[in-house]
Write a protein that binds this ligand. Structure first.
Ligand SMILES: CC(C)(COP(=O)(O)OP(=O)(O)OC[C@H]1O[C@@H](n2cnc3c(N)ncnc32)[C@H](O)[C@@H]1OP(=O)(O)O)[C@@H](O)C(=O)NCCC(=O)NCCS
Length: 145
C-alpha cells in the first residue's frame, strides 16, 4: 500500500524528495541543483508518495501556481525500482485532486517527449509545439480539472 503526503519545505522528507529528484531527473542529464532555485521552492507545494510497508519515499512532484486558475506540475519522479506499478498515475491523480481542492481549474506541465504518452493516458492534451529548454525537447500539456 502507498500513501500521499504533503511535504514541508526544508524538512527531512523534503531532503529525501530532493535526493530522489536528483537521482531520477537531474543526474541522468548531467544537471546539478542550483541553490538559488532551491530557495524559490519554499513557496511551492511538495507532494510525496510513501510505501507504507517500508516508510520509504518512492515518488513525488511539486505544484507551482501560475495564476489564479492554473497550476503547474513539475519534477514528477517515481523511483526506477517502483515504476510500472501505477504509482505515477496515482501521484498525478492526487496532484489533480489537491489542485482542484485549493481552487485551481487547470493543470499544466512541460513534458519530455519520452513521457508524453504517459500524460495522454491521464487525460492531458498537447498544447504547444515542441520547444527546447537546456537542450531538452518538451511540449506543454494541459488538463482542465
Ligand atoms: C514517467 C513516470 C512518472 C511514470 O510513472 P510510473 O509509476 O512508472 O507510471 P504508471 O505505472 O503509473 O503508468 C501509468 C500508465 O502510463 C503508462 N506509461 C508509463 N510510462 C510511460 C511512458 N514513458 N510513455 C507512455 N506510457 C507510459 C503505463 O504503461 C501505464 O499504462 P496503463 O494504465 O495502460 O497500464 C516514471 O516513469 C518516471 O519517474 N520516469 C522518470 C522521470 C520522468 O521522466 N519524469 C517526467 C518528467 S517530464
Amino acid at each position: 500500500m502507498i500513501r500521499f503526503i504533503d511535504i514541508e519545505f526544508g524538512s527531512s522528507r523534503y531532503q529525501e524528495l530532493l535526493d530522489l529528484r536528483y537521482k531520477i531527473l537531474l543526474q541522468p542529464l548531467g544537471l546539478k541543483f542550483l541553490d538559488s532555485y532551491r530557495e524559490q521552492e519554499a513557496s511551492f507545494l511538495h507532494i510525496g508518495c510513501i510505501d507504507n510497508s517500508t516508510d520509504e519515499l518512492i515518488g513525488g512532484l511539486i505544484l507551482v501556481p501560475v495564476d489564479n486558475e492554473e497550476i503547474r506540475v513539475m519534477q514528477v519522479a517515481v523511483d526506477p525500482a517502483r515504476q510500472g506499478e501505477g504509482t505515477g498515475r496515482k501521484l498525478i491523480e492526487y496532484a489533480e485532486k489537491t489542485a482542484k481542492e485549493i481552487g485551481y481549474s487547470r493543470i499544466v506541465m512541460h513534458a519530455m517527449l519520452s513521457v508524453v504518452g504517459f500524460y495522454e493516458k491521464l487525460g492531458f492534451t498537447q498544447d504547444s509545439d515542441l520547444f527546447e529548454e537546456k537542450g531538452i525537447n518538451f511540449v506543454r500539456m494541459v488538463k482542465e480539472l
